[in-house]
Design a protein around this ligand. Structure first.
Ligand code: ATP
Length: 463
């Protein structure tokens, strides 16, 4: 039996904060996410993924790569270096304009992003101390500066990339020549990006080091708007396919005034996080701006020759740019659930369960021998682990009462549990020889399954 707990009732003012607190605490307790450099007091805006977190994150990236690259004829992948020539960042405009407006609070010395400072009665107030003595906004470049080589002079300056897209643009010609694609076609990349955010916040939502999954989809100018619509829809489907409820996803049409001057249309795909509706991904029609900038600055042609029309032109591009960490956070927020469960003896307890879609769950199946000191049970369970391990992430656990082991996997979000008991050994009824109990995380329902059928059954549900 289960019933709704406070966290599932309609939102109260403190609902979001309370929910976030529980999610953050579970993530630390169960090894999803830790603060970077924690034993030294932490490094603001940087996070480390623990054993469960790294699997979750990897599954998100793998599913993106599978659906965006491997299952399509029109997209190829690449993996560019994080460090690039400074000339790239001059040409792209990042050195000049990749800035956020920053203001200082003269009272508490806090550094604030001007567009995030709340106003009270039309007057901006420091969210830290409530002070009204604030400096005028000034541009703060978000790129991390570094030096290449042994001398720290102007000549050797470059930056950690603030987005992955630029290596796609500067390698456009090499990829085009080697992959021999015809328009429309895309180049996809997953990788780290760095931004020295003024105010990293909302857990892993806004960090200083993060990962992006970006596609640059090149097309003819007259088809730009069509592909913009197409990619917005495809990307919404992606989030639904990894278990994010459609009614929590929203499409914001970015108004003209907020759009980059070269963009002819931009959508933000937003998600209802516990701390509010925020951007998960931007889908932008960037015209031919990027390729033209690099063509002009490098003096190297970045154009496309159309065999049919015999025309040469610089393609336009539509860019769906998603954050891996923001997607992981959305998945954590979406999955977290609490329910009160009552056993046959009438004893109630709160069950915490991460309801991840099996496709992205860090561990797919837990395998448990009923007793750890029974050699036959343990050997059978080990056999099942060996059978499943080449195909999916399996967790073997033999310690503690079986109910406790189930609860531990509920918190990790493991969708299936397989228990080897005395019936498996054929001790009670020979008809049950080599069958196991398969428990489903969400419903907690248990069914009897033949070991020989396990692999196919589970594979059909976790892919
Ligand atoms: P925001 O307005 O939230 O700063 P943005 O519009 O600058 O984001 P883009 O430059 O469009 O973001 O980057 C594409 C995607 O990269 C974002 O939708 C987001 O998922 C991710 N991303 C950008 N900045 C960060 C960050 N500081 N931390 C985590 N993810 C980020």
């Amino acid at each position: 039996m289960s019933e709704k707990t406070d966290l599932q009732r309609p939102p109260s003012p403190s609902y979001g904060a309370a929910r976030m607190e529980k999610i953050v605490s579970l993530c630390k307790r169960r090894g999803f996410i830790f603060q970077s450099s924690e034993i030294y007091g932490g490094l603001n805006g940087c996070w480390d993924y623990g054993p469960l977190g790294v699997e979750l994150k990897r599954n998100v990236k793998d599913y993106w790569w599978r659906t965006m690259v491997r299952e399509r004829d029109d997209i190829v992948g690449m993996d560019g270096a994080i460090l690039m020539s400074r000339a790239v960042w001059k040409a792209s405009g990042h050195e000049e304009t990749f800035t956020d407006p920053m203001i200082d609070c003269r009272t508490c010395k806090a550094r604030l992003r001007a567009d995030q400072v709340p106003e009270k009665n039309g007057v901006k107030q420091c969210p830290n101390c409530g002070g009204k003595d604030l400096t005028e906004p000034r541009a703060f470049n978000l790129m991390f500066k570094t030096f290449v080589g042994a001398t720290e002079d102007e000549e050797s300056v470059t930056y950690l990339r603030p987005e992955t897209a630029q290596s796609i643009f500067v390698q456009f010609k090499n990829v085009l020549d080697t992959a021999r694609k015809k328009l429309p076609f895309g180049i996809a990349q997953i990788g780290k990006a760095f931004r020295n955010e003024i105010n990293p916040r909302n857990y892993i939502f806004r960090s200083r080091e993060f990962e992006q999954m970006e596609l640059e989809y090149f097309c003819r100018a007259e088809e730009g708007m069509k592909w913009l619509e197409y990619w917005k829809e495809e990307r919404l489907k992606f989030y639904e396919n990894i278990g994010i409820a459609r009614d929590k996803l929203h499409v914001l049409t970015v108004p003209d005034a907020d759009r980059a001057f070269y963009s002819k249309g931009t959508y933000d795909i937003e998600y209802d996080f516990p701390f509010g509706r925020q951007e998960l991904e931007g889908v932008a029609y960037r015209t031919d701006y990027d390729l033209k900038q690099h063509q002009e600055a490098s003096g190297k042609p970045l154009d496309y020759f159309d065999e049919e029309t015999k025309q040469r032109f610089v393609p336009h591009v539509v860019e769906p740019s998603a954050g891996v960490d923001r997607t992981v956070l959305a998945l954590l927020c979406e999955a977290y659930d609490e329910e009160t469960v009552t056993d046959e003896k009438g004893k109630s307890e709160t069950r915490i369960v991460m309801r991840f879609h099996p496709r992205i769950a860090p561990v797919k199946v837990g395998v448990f021998p009923l007793l750890k000191n029974n050699e036959q049970l343990v050997a059978k369970a080990r056999e099942i682990v060996a059978l499943l391990r080449p195909h999916m992430n399996v967790f073997y656990d033999e310690t503690g009462a079986i109910g406790r082991r189930y609860r531990r996997q509920d918190e990790a979000g493991t969708p299936f549990g397989v228990t080897v008991d005395f019936e498996t050994l054929g001790e009670k009824d020979p008809a049950f020889l080599d069958t196991v109990t398969l428990r489903e995380r969400d419903s907690m329902k248990q069914e009897r399954v033949r070991i020989g059928d396990l692999k196919e059954l589970l594979l059909s549900r976790v892919r």
